[in-house]
Design a protein around this ligand. Structure first.
Ligand code: FAD
Length: 501
């Protein structure tokens, strides 16, 4: 089969390398001939710096060395997201959404015990050593630990542009064909897409196409049934401005978490890479002009941002009504997007590539495969949408028109509203989420719900004055991790981080 991937951003090259490895293996002739067509004139989006832990398995499945990836993509470890100023009027105005959660083998009642205590320590510090390790800017592993194995779970922060370049180099070395040309026309037929016309290379026909052209959606927009299921009634943000700056010599720490700070008309991300920092303000254009957003971001970063150019981006949160139509599948931004609060853009690429490999039309293309794929993609988007909206709805900020609007109960889907109602009568638990593909289940919601101090009313009113609950297992873990795990700065200054013994 001849498969064309149009677009060479993170989505195009991840999909190419993933499909080549999973469908063709490492030896023998290639069953699927993959060609990536990438315009030399149209820039990649250039953002997409934080990931979720599924990326470890995806990179392993792609046969990529962690050490090489981290060095080529300027990558660091991410162990949590720290939500700062998402709530007002509490002792602590920040909460962690960690990747680790201590669990006992029997019925886990830590959330209830925490809720019934004086809650002197935020919830996350009671159920995980990770917030302490993040506060100390430590890595989740030692340089001598095996690739992809941490003492604590982790994902990565990385340079999106360098990541795509690294994957492109890897793909070409493995025999994936690469055409640097711009698609100027798309020819359709009853099966879907017949061929694409290149600016310099003429017409090229393939059996199957993957649209990775980002928000341009160059191929999908030519097919029947094209349309976007918008989430703009649920999420207000539709713009971002991003700035990259060198590390501050006075505060050179490499953070272990993505920081998300709520501000007047949205939120600002702060991500540490090995050689620089990335900042971005995600905001609502109905509440803030592009100029004001850039000024706000520059004032947040401080003088280091003065001589650095900003990149302005607009986006629509939503998903294609049909991500697979005929012989064409959309992956990456061309398929959909939800604001990057929980770093799900690259995850959606991983998931779509994995599901497409699983449903690959070996025995011929089929409507059943298409509708199964579309159903799976939609359910992932719905799930992620609920979790993102939950952060807004659970916030108690009401200082601007943006926050008054963003946190309205009706922004939550019926399903999320039902969950919020039942969590007024019980603690969050596994049975609230029954899908085996779920990215964000009860352990993730706990961090958000209890980080936002959303508790059953009866508990809130009858708060005990017993101080904090003491979880001895966490105290022991913190002590041992603090002794054995290096600080990020030490990890990345060691000569060859990754896997030497
Ligand atoms: P792009 O990078 O836009 O690539 C499109 C490709 O298509 C380019 O190679 C371009 O040259 C090519 N192309 C376009 N038109 C043509 C044509 N006519 N002919 C040939 N080629 C063409 N994700 C995360 O996981 N974590 C994050 O923290 C995160 N933050 C984000 C912040 C913002 C503000 C935004 C908007 C997105 C963020 N994302 C994040 C999403 C992430 O950036 C994308 O999911 C990821 O980079 C994949 O992008 P892409 O490859 O689909 O598109």
């Amino acid at each position: 089969m001849r498969l064309a991937i149009v677009g060479g951003g993170s989505a195009g090259w991840m999909t190419a390398v993933y499909l080549d490895r999973t469908l063709n293996g490492t030896n023998g002739p290639k069953r699927v001939q993959i060609t990536v067509i990438e315009s030399p004139k149209i820039d990649r989006i250039g953002v997409g710096e934080a990931t979720v832990p599924t990326i470890l398995k995806t990179l392993q499945d792609m046969g990529i060395s962690e050490k090489e990836f981290m060095s080529e993509a300027d990558a660091t470890f991410k162990q949590a997201i720290k939500f700062v100023d998402w709530n007002k009027g509490r002792d602590s105005n920040a909460y962690y959404h960690c990747f680790d959660r201590y669990q006992t083998s029997g019925r886990d009642n830590f959330s209830l015990r925490w809720a019934l205590s004086g809650r002197d320590k935020p919830f996350a510090y009671t159920v995980s050593a990770q917030p302490y390790i993040c506060d100390q800017n430590r890595a989740p592993k030692r340089p001598s630990d095996k690739e992809y194995q941490g003492r604590l779970p982790y994902a990565y922060h990385m340079d999106a542009e360098k990541f795509a370049e690294f994957l492109a180099k890897t793909g070409v070395e493995r025999g994936i064909a690469h055409i640097s040309d711009t698609v100027t026309d798309v020819n359709t037929d009853p099966k879907g897409i017949r061929s694409v016309v290149l600016e310099h290379g003429g017409e090229m026909a393939f059996d199957f196409f993957i649209d990775c052209t980002g928000f341009a959606r160059l191929l999908m927009s030519q097919l029947p049934g094209y349309g976007i299921r918008s989430f703009s009634d649920k999420l207000l943000c539709d713009r971002a401005v991003a700035i990259q700056v060198p590390h501050d010599p006075e505060h050179p720490e490499i953070l272990s978490s993505t920081e998300s700070t709520a501000v007047e008309n949205g939120w600002i991300w702060n991500i540490s890479l090995q050689s620089r920092k990335g900042y971005g303000y995600v905001y609502s254009s109905a509440h803030c002009s592009d100029e004001d957003a850039e000024t706000r971001l520059r004032s947040f970063i401080g003088p280091r941002s003065e001589s650095v150019a900003a990149r302005r981006l607009s986006f629509q949160s939503g998903v294609l009504k049909n991500p697979w139509v005929g012989n064409c599948v959309a992956v990456g931004l061309s398929a959909g997007f939800v604001e990057p609060m929980e770093s799900t853009g690259i995850y959606f690429v991983e998931y779509a590539a994995r599901m497409f490999a699983e449903l690959f039309p070996i025995f011929g293309n089929n409507l059943l495969l298409q509708s199964r794929f579309n159903e799976l993609i939609h359910s992932r988007y719905d799930e992620v949408l609920d979790f993102i909206v939950a952060h807004y709805v659970l916030s108690d900020r009401d200082d601007t028109a943006f926050w008054k609007e963003a946190r309205k109960q009706e922004k939550a889907t019926e399903k999320l509203q039902d969950l919020l109602k039942i969590w007024q009568h019980k603690m969050v638990s596994a049975s609230d989420f029954a899908n085996s593909h779920q990215l964000f289940g009860h352990l993730n919601y706990e961090y958000c719900v209890y980080g936002s101090n959303y508790l059953p009313d009866k508990i809130r009113i009858h708060q005990s004055h017993n101080g904090a609950i003491v979880n001895k297992a966490i105290q022991t873990a913190v002590q041992s991790f603090s002794e054995c795990l290096p600080r990020n700065s030490e990890y990345f200054s060691s000569k060859s981080p990754g896997n030497e013994d």
